[in-house]
Structures are given as structure tokens and as C-alpha cells.
Design a protein around this ligand. Structure first.
Ligand code: NAP
Length: 314
């Protein structure tokens, strides 16, 4: 990006995969003039400083947001409310407050009541991630060609919204606007349910007494391995996602269980046509994802090229 930075000072609260990637891309593409970083633990803050991710570092989130015209909450969704309470009195009038959380209704409910008048709260969710966490996991191209969903409330300031959109576009993303409830339903099926299925399959395989763990690992390339990538995702983040998108996840799990029962019946009664038709339909969906540029056609999901992390949808 050329020209003046969009923001004078960006404050990142939380400096894991998302915060670190934002710091790197914002710096590299000149989107912000200064970066102020805060996180919960001294060890993570020290690591962020060693990596040179920011200009100012503080364990006090309220100090970090002082003077910032863009504040991004990059903590697990279950921590947003406490952080919002903490920083609220220190937010600069006119600042944009946003977040990267994977659920949106809960963030609106938990953060909105604490946002002072004159601060523009526009929740967000970059649909980009990997199974890694912490400041070392970040990389500046994480958001390239990925979607970022913003869920602005009614009466949002149009100028602030345009500025935040321009910021995410500068990070490489396409921006979509959505209602928080609709976001949570969509993400329940495209992200939350797949992660839960992966956690479940990997847990089941681990529990099986008749197949040894060494065999599960040895023959993992037959399908199991692809689930283990999702099942290696951060436990805190995913616990919080489950607890904060309860309704939509339960709805999708119920639907999934019904469809699984139908498949079970087809296998039991030898209904090969049903199975063949389903597998043909699903193969087409993968083709559409590749055509939409959200995945490569490379084997192994194209994610394991050494030294060249590729983002997936979170
Ligand atoms: P991460 O790598 O695990 O980093 C989390 C950061 O939040 C760390 O700086 C951590 O601090 C801090 N933190 C953790 N618990 C906290 C608490 N209770 N109070 C205050 N700070 C706390 O996480 P991430 O992957 O960057 O995820 C950040 C947010 O982005 C989450 O809301 C997640 O839902 C969302 N998101 C994640 C992905 C993904 O694929 N990972 C994709 C899109 C959106 P310390 O290390 O100092 O303890």
C-alpha cells in the first residue's frame, strides 16, 4: 500500500496467531503508523518484543489503547468482556474498536455495553487461520485472499466502517457485512462443526483399544491425518467458541446427527445409490471451493509446504 497510513496508532490486545499476523501485515504494508501491544502474560509480551512486532508494549491493556485510533481485540472470545471493561475508560473518542473473534453475537452482547459514547464498535472476524497459536505462529500473508466478515450494528458511523473495511482490504482480505446471528449460523456449519467432528474422530481413534495408537499414526495418511490438523487447534479458543455459539452449534450438530443416521441406514441396507449420489455431490463442493480460490488442488490440502505457511479458514 502506498500513501498515508490509515491509522496513527493501532493497539492489539492479544498477540497470538491473529494479533501477530495483523502486526506484521500492517507494518509491512504501511497501514498504521505505530503499533501498541498488550497481552496477558509477561512471557508472551517479551516474545512479541523479541520478534519486533510493535513499537510499544504493556501488560496493562488500558495503557496500550491510550491514544489508539484503532483497537483490535485478538483474545479468545471468552475473554472479550473482561478486556472490554478494562480498556473502556481509556479508549480515545472517535477510535474504532473491533475484534477478530470467531463468534459474533456473544461479542456484541459482551462488549457493546462497555463501549463509551463516541467510540465506534464494529465487530469483525477474519476467516483465516491455522492450527498454530502464539506470536511465533503469525505471518503477514495470513489474510491474503481470505474473507473478513464485519457485523456492524444499526446506526454505525459510515466513515468508520469504510475505514475499517479499507484496513482489512489493505491486509489482503475481501470484506463482507453480515448480521451477527447469521454469521454465527454460517460459521457453525463451515467452521465450528468441522472442528467438533475432527476433535471427536481423533478422540475416538485415541480411545480405541482394538487398534493401537502406533497403527493409527502409521496409517494416518489414509484420511485420519487431515482431521488431526483441525483437532490440533487451540483448546482455549475452541472451548470458548463452543460456549459462545451454543445455539447454532447445537442446531448444526442435531442436523449432522440426522444425516449421519441416514448414512448409517444406507450402509446397513446396502443402499449403494444413496451413498454414490452423496459422494458425487460432495466431490462437486470441493471443486467449487478450489474454483473460488479458497483452496489449492495440491494433495495434502496444499497446507504442508515447508517454510511457507498457508492460511486455511478458521
Ligand atoms: P492465540 O494465538 O491463542 O493468542 C491468544 C492471545 O490472547 C494471547 O496473546 C493470549 O495471551 C491472549 N489471551 C488468552 N486468554 C486470555 C485471557 N483470558 N485474557 C486476556 N488475554 C488472553 O489466539 P488466536 O488464534 O490469535 O485467536 C485470537 C482470536 O481470533 C480468538 O477470538 C479467535 O476466536 C479468533 N480467530 C482465530 C483464528 C485461528 O485460526 N486461530 C482465526 C480467526 C479468528 P497470553 O499468551 O499472554 O496468555
Amino acid at each position: 500500500m502506498t500513501g498515508a497510513p490509515l491509522f496513527e496508532r493501532m493497539a492489539l490486545i492479544g498477540i497470538g496467531l491473529i494479533g501477530s499476523s495483523l502486526a506484521q501485515v500492517a507494518r509491512q504494508r504501511g497501514l498504521v503508523k505505530e503499533i501498541s501491544i498488550s497481552t496477558r502474560s509477561p512471557a508472551t509480551l517479551q516474545r512479541a518484543e523479541e520478534l519486533g512486532l510493535g513499537d510499544h508494549y504493556s501488560l496493562d491493556a488500558a495503557v496500550a489503547v491510550e491514544g489508539a485510533d484503532l483497537v483490535v481485540l485478538c483474545v479468545p472470545v471468552g475473554a472479550n468482556e473482561a478486556v472490554a471493561k478494562w480498556i473502556a475508560p481509556a479508549l480515545k473518542p472517535g477510535a474504532i474498536l473491533t475484534d477478530a473473534g470467531s463468534t459474533k453475537e456473544s461479542v456484541v452482547e459482551q462488549v457493546s455495553p462497555h463501549v463509551p459514547d463516541g467510540v465506534h464498535f464494529i465487530p469483525g472476524h477474519p476467516i483465516a487461520g491455522t492450527e498454530h497459536s502464539g506470536p511465533d505462529a503469525g505471518f503477514p500473508t495470513l489474510f491474503d485472499q481470505r474473507w473478513c466478515i464485519l457485523t456492524p450494528g444499526e446506526g454505525v458511523d459510515a466513515v468508520a466502517l469504510e475505514k475499517l473495511k479499507a484496513f482489512w482490504q489493505g491486509c489482503g482480505s475481501d470484506v463482507d457485512l453480515m448480521e451477527p446471528k447469521h454469521h454465527d449460523l454460517v460459521l457453525a456449519i463451515v467452521s465450528h462443526l468441522p472442528h467438533l467432528i475432527a476433535y471427536n474422530i481423533v478422540g475416538t481413534a485415541d480411545d480405541l483399544a482394538t487398534v493401537t495408537k502406533s497403527q493409527v499414526i502409521k496409517y494416518s495418511a489414509s484420511g485420519f491425518r487431515d482431521f488431526t490438523r483441525l483437532a490440533a487447534s487451540d483448546p482455549t479458543m475452541w472451548r470458548d467458541v463452543c460456549l459462545n455459539n451454543k445455539e447454532a452449534i447445537l442446531e448444526m450438530l442435531a442436523r449432522f446427527s440426522e444425516d449421519l443416521s441416514a448414512m448409517q441406514r444406507a450402509i446397513r441396507w446396502g443402499d449403494g445409490q444413496m451413498l454414490f449420489d452423496l459422494f458425487t455431490r460432495t466431490r462437486g463442493i470441493r471443486r467449487s471451493i478450489i474454483e473460488a480460490g479458497q483452496e489449492t488442488d495440491a494433495p495434502d490440502f496444499g497446507r504442508h509446504v515447508a517454510g511457507n505457511p498457508v492460511s486455511s479458514n478458521d
